[in-house]
Design a protein around this ligand. Structure first.
Ligand code: SF4
Length: 293
């Protein structure tokens, strides 16, 4: 897969010291990645494809070998299912599992891969994979699929394994959607340095070590109690529902869309998309109509 993608698109590679470091990588030690999708809108996959540096293609060919992805795999049918089975059954070698989306524990048939449930694959993978990366808030905390009501009995990946008393190596990368840097830079860290330092939720501290609120450029307004009462007003957005005080993320310094902007900079409150509470209750502000539209 990696070879065919590389040949099909051509690799620009890096220049300078990064390029030199990349050349030193032993291809045998680049992690193989199996990317599965559960109850997901595919937004995280779309976000990952918007990465700028390194490019997504570089990430899935040079820094990792993407063996399987429901949307991106060039092969289909029995050929790709046999590839997936060979890894998950432990016949083909080491790999990391990435999961986007929640797991429909109460309705297993809601997520099928070929003739088998996603749940069957995840249970088998726990015994054969090197580790797992939960991609996005649905995989990390349950997110929107596990919101109040939860008809499919959706659970997060850590919860899924916890219930089965399985304890695979797990890195969680919340966000709705994830920032591409959070995922690709974590994979780069695994390749170059090893497992990054994780916070109490199992997320890389380098991205999820501080609350959005603590490094927000409007924090001085918060301290001075200059609080906007309507969207578009100058001031801290706390009174219009900002959840920056709840969300661990480096959005104020990282920015989004290739560094163009981020929520508060665009005059929108932080919706707390990296927080465990995100979208779980029906009263969550995310679901309420502002009445101004
Ligand atoms: Fe905190 Fe939000 Fe106010 Fe920024 S706008 S200081 S994140 S409450």
């Amino acid at each position: 897969m990696a070879a065919s993608l590389s040949a099909a698109f051509g690799l620009s590679g890096f220049s300078g010291p990064v390029g030199a470091a990349l050349k030193q990588l032993d291809p045998k030690h680049i992690p193989r990645l199996i990317y599965l999708q559960g109850l997901s809108c595919s937004g995280c996959s779309v976000s990952l494809l918007q990465a700028e540096s390194p490019s997504p293609l570089t990430m899935i060919t040079d820094y990792s070998q993407l063996l399987f992805h429901g949307d991106l795999s060039a092969a289909s049918g029995p050929r790709v299912m046999e590839l997936l089975d060979s890894y998950v059954d432990g016949r083909a070698g080491e790999y990391f599992l990435a999961l986007e989306g929640a797991i429909p524990e109460g309705m297993p048939e809601a997520c099928m891969l070929g003739e088998h449930t996603l749940i069957r694959y995840l249970e088998k993978a726990a015994r054969t994979m090197t580790g797992a990366v939960a991609i996005g808030s649905c995989a990390t905390y349950g997110g929107i699929p596990a919101a109040e009501g939860n008809l499919t009995g959706a659970v997060s990946l850590p919860e899924f394994y916890r219930k089965r008393q399985l304890e695979p190596l797990m890195i969680t990368i919340p966000g709705c959607s994830v920032h591409p840097d959070w995922v690709w830079h974590t994979i780069s860290h695994i390749v170059r340095v090893g497992i990054p330092k994780l916070n109490k939720y199992g997320s890389p501290e380098i991205f999820f070590g501080r609350k959005v609120h603590d490094s927000c450029p409007r924090y001085h307004y918060f301290q001075e109690e200059i609080l906007a009462r309507h969207l578009g007003e100058e001031g801290c957005l706390f009174k219009v529902g900002c959840l920056g005080p709840e969300a661990l993320a480096d959005c104020p310094s990282r920015w989004w869309n290739g560094g163009q902007t981020w929520c508060v900079n665009a005059n929108a409150p932080c919706v707390g998309c990296t927080a465990p509470i995100f979208a779980r209750s029906k009263n969550f502000p995310f679901y309420r109509h502002s009445g101004t539209g």
